[in-house]
Design a binder for this molecule. Structure first.
Ligand code: MG
Length: 360
């Protein structure tokens, strides 16, 4: 299809915990209809180098002009059309998702079918951030267990690791429990990480910095707990390298982090061929991208629960119809398109910047 225009919107959605989720949406206009994509980048460059205003800038100045100049293209052609721009995977993923959405809507095909999904529902878990106290964390875990979640992931870091994990494990001996350090530890922190082996964790996610694959391999050899990589896996090739080095035995797949849903499938395929389980991570998505993530997580290699709980857990306002979970499971969307249908009034209310890029 030939794109007529690319609309970029920066939105501010209120978070339940206070503050905002700033998010960039991409809408492509084609003769066959529109398509919507969502950029995973957060408002600040604190978790990854990419951030919402930066993603909007690279989309406006480089990525949208490149796809508009590419002539006839389909979703698989977006990556090659953007290859001249280094990095900016989350911004590229948003544009690819929008083209994929337009293509799938026009063809009447749901994303799950396009990607090769084999399940109609997926298992999800919840993520609990560092709490004000261990008591507050116990309350949060109790609330999650009462809601029916069977897998709980605790964010950890220096000063908030062994004691909170021990306390939660003592109270819930059978809960599927895992931890995520967001790369907060160094090679000198092996003793702390080894101490976590006592708590029968499903995995420890990204214990060391994303760039430190060799040290991650050392940790993976020393721990009984499986090591999962998140930030370190930016492509299928990066996944292959991490596995070859023995840097992990589980992979968290995030479409934005790897440049889009099509590369996410290639990461899945690489891991599946190596017998390594994957699961779908979360980036505080709106209902638009989280619906698409549910489709991805229905592929056969996604054998572990993902960070796929409904956005209503963290967003006080969304731009799509609420997703519902039951017993920690969510249905895989069956409607045509990449993500959920967006509610245009909700999008308009949350928009702080809107601009349109047209062909030269
Ligand atoms: Mg993570």
């Amino acid at each position: 299809m030939r794109l007529a225009a690319v609309e970029l919107r920066r939105l501010r959605l209120p978070l339940r915990a206070g503050g905002w989720r700033e998010v960039v949406l991409v809408r492509v206009e084609t003769p066959d209809g529109d398509g919507w994509g969502e950029c995973a980048a957060l408002g600040e460059p604190s978790y990854t180098a990419e951030y919402a205003a930066g993603a909007q800038a690279v989309l406006q100045e480089w990525l949208a002009p490149a796809v508009l100049a590419a002539g006839d293209l389909d979703a698989a052609g977006v990556g090659p059309a953007l290859a001249g721009v280094r990095g900016h995977r989350m911004a590229k993923a948003a544009l690819e998702m929008a083209v994929l959405d337009a293509e799938l809507r026009a063809a009447g095909v749901p994303l799950a079918a396009r990607l090769g999904a084999t399940r109609t529902e997926v298992e999800a878990g919840v993520v609990l951030e560092r709490a004000a106290s261990v008591g507050a964390l116990l309350d949060a875990v109790a609330a999650a267990v009462d809601e029916g979640w069977r897998r709980v992931k605790l964010k950890i870091g220096p000063g908030w690791d062994v004691e909170p994990v021990r306390t939660v494990r003592e109270r819930w001996p059978d809960l599927t429990l895992q931890v995520d350090a967001n790369g907060a530890y160094g090679p000198g922190d092996l003793a702390v990480l080894e101490a976590l082996d006592a708590f029968a964790l499903a995995m420890v996610e990204q214990p060391l910095a994303a760039s430190d694959l060799l040290a991650s391999a050392t940790v993976a050899r020393r721990l009984r707990t499986p090591v999962c990589l998140d930030e370190a896996v930016t492509s299928a090739a990066a996944a292959e390298a991490a596995l070859a080095l023995g840097a992990c035995s589980v992979v968290n797949v995030k479409p934005g982090r790897v440049g889009g849903y099509l590369e996410a499938v290639r990461v899945h395929d690489t891991c599946r061929a190596a017998g390594v389980p994957v699961w779908c991570g979360g980036m505080w998505e709106t209902g638009l991208a989280r619906s698409a993530n549910l489709a991805l997580a229905a592929l056969p290699g996604f054998t572990l629960p993902g960070d796929l709980s409904p956005p209503s857990r963290y967003l006080a306002a969304d731009i799509a119809a609420p997703l519902r979970a039951s017993g920690g499971r969510l249905a895989v969307p069956t409607t045509a398109g990449a993500g959920a249908a967006v509610d245009l009034d909700s999008v308009e209310r949350a928009t702080v910047v809107v601009l349109r890029v047209t062909p030269e």
